[in-house]
Write a protein that binds this ligand. Structure first.
Ligand code: SF4
Ligand code: SF4
Length: 336
């Protein structure tokens, strides 16, 4: 992305936001373009000052960690970037889905950076994606990362890969093992945050809790490709060659009617979800995930149903035991 397009995108984002603004740097690996990232942050600060704009603004970035040396981490902290780290478990589990270009694993290189990462970002969010290739080591991987010092985990499954009956059985086993670890951490008063349990417990305690940080909010999300092309969500940008969902360009403007039509389409509920007993606690509305797997904004992948049902069952059992034992950390987290 040229500096000119990046600066235009910053102004465009401000002009098209009502109450607050989050700017996320995404890739690939955004830190391959870290000079541009830090330029955008500096430019936004200067431009806002000149134009007397006070709308709250936050910066986010997700990194694979390979370029996060001490100096870069310090710059990120000083720029108040909310940083997340992609780690698909520990050791060989991570290496199975994140090899280096020469085919060797990347985990050891990133692990060497853990002390610096945790020093600058002690509460960093770890984003872990599992597929049939590494799901068998999920619980062990998350547990090991916890003992490396990480406390906040967002776990997702790769819905696009084929999940046969055997890998589904392994997924259920791994979720149960991870649930035991999660519960044990509360019992030991050293809790861990894991989205697949936290979010379903929170959605039980408070039906109106925020379920998603992107589409779910008023203003919605737009994604800008290096060319300046606008898409409804970062998951649709890819190589910027498929223009089925193209909404315009930051330099020439956005087709608002098209965007509104897509939002309405994406907002329609899949009929089976509307009558499902898990409705209200299931995150089935991510149009990007649905579209990728089923070419429809609304039809959730089968694996999403099975995963959700498994996670809700476990979350309810865990929450009920922790509630009945009046676990103080659990009550404070979810009921205060
Ligand atoms: S479990 Fe499946 S059918 Fe039920 S709400 Fe979720 S995605 Fe829809
Ligand atoms: S489509 Fe999914 S990933 Fe994209 S903004 Fe909406 S909820 Fe988020």
């Amino acid at each position: 992305m040229s500096r000119e397009i990046a600066e235009t995108a910053v102004r465009f984002a401000h002009e098209n936001s009502n109450s607050y603004l989050d700017i996320s740097f995404f890739g690939g690996e955004p830190f391959l373009e870290m000079d541009l990232m830090f330029h955008v942050i500096e430019y936004a600060g200067t431009w806002r000052k000149t134009n007397d704009i006070n709308m709250p603004l936050r910066f986010f970035a997700t990194s694979n960690g390979l370029l996060l040396d001490d100096e870069t981490l310090k710059k990120c902290r000083d720029a108040r970037i909310l940083l997340s780290l992609s780690l698909d478990g520990h050791g060989a589990c991570h290496d199975a889905t994140r090899p280096l270009p020469d085919g060797s694993g990347s985990f050891d290189l990133i692990a060497a950076r853990f002390p610096a990462i945790l020093n600058h970002f002690p509460n960093i969010q770890v984003l872990s994606t599992f597929s049939p290739r590494n799901i068998a080591h999920m619980s062990e991987g998350i547990e090991k990362l916890y003992y490396c010092g990480f406390r906040y985990f967002t776990i997702g499954l790769n819905y696009e890969e084929p999940w046969d009956d055997k890998s589904l059985e392994i997924m259920r086993r791994e979720y149960a093992a991870l649930g035991s670890f999660y519960e044990n951490r509360y019992e030991c008063e050293k809790p861990v945050a894991i989205n697949i349990f936290d979010s379903h417990i929170a959605a039980h305690v408070n039906e109106n809790c925020e379920r998603c940080a992107c589409c779910d909010k008023n203003d919605g999300e737009i994604a800008v490709a290096p060319s300046g092309n606008i898409y409804p969500c970062l998951r649709f940008v890819k190589t910027d060659e498929d223009h089925t969902l193209l909404l315009g360009n930051v330099q020439t403007g956005m087709d608002r009617k098209r965007r509104a039509r897509i939002m309405i389409d994406a907002g329609r509920e899949w009929p089976e979800c509307a009558t499902c007993g898990y409705h209200g606690r299931c995150f089935h509305y991510c149009g990007a995930v649905n579209f990728k797997v089923n070419a429809s904004f609304n039809q959730p992948p089968r694996i999403l149903c099975l995963q959700t049902q498994c996670a809700i069952g476990l979350a309810d059992d865990i929450a009920s035991r922790l509630y009945n034992s009046q676990n103080s950390m659990f009550l404070k987290r979810f009921y205060s």
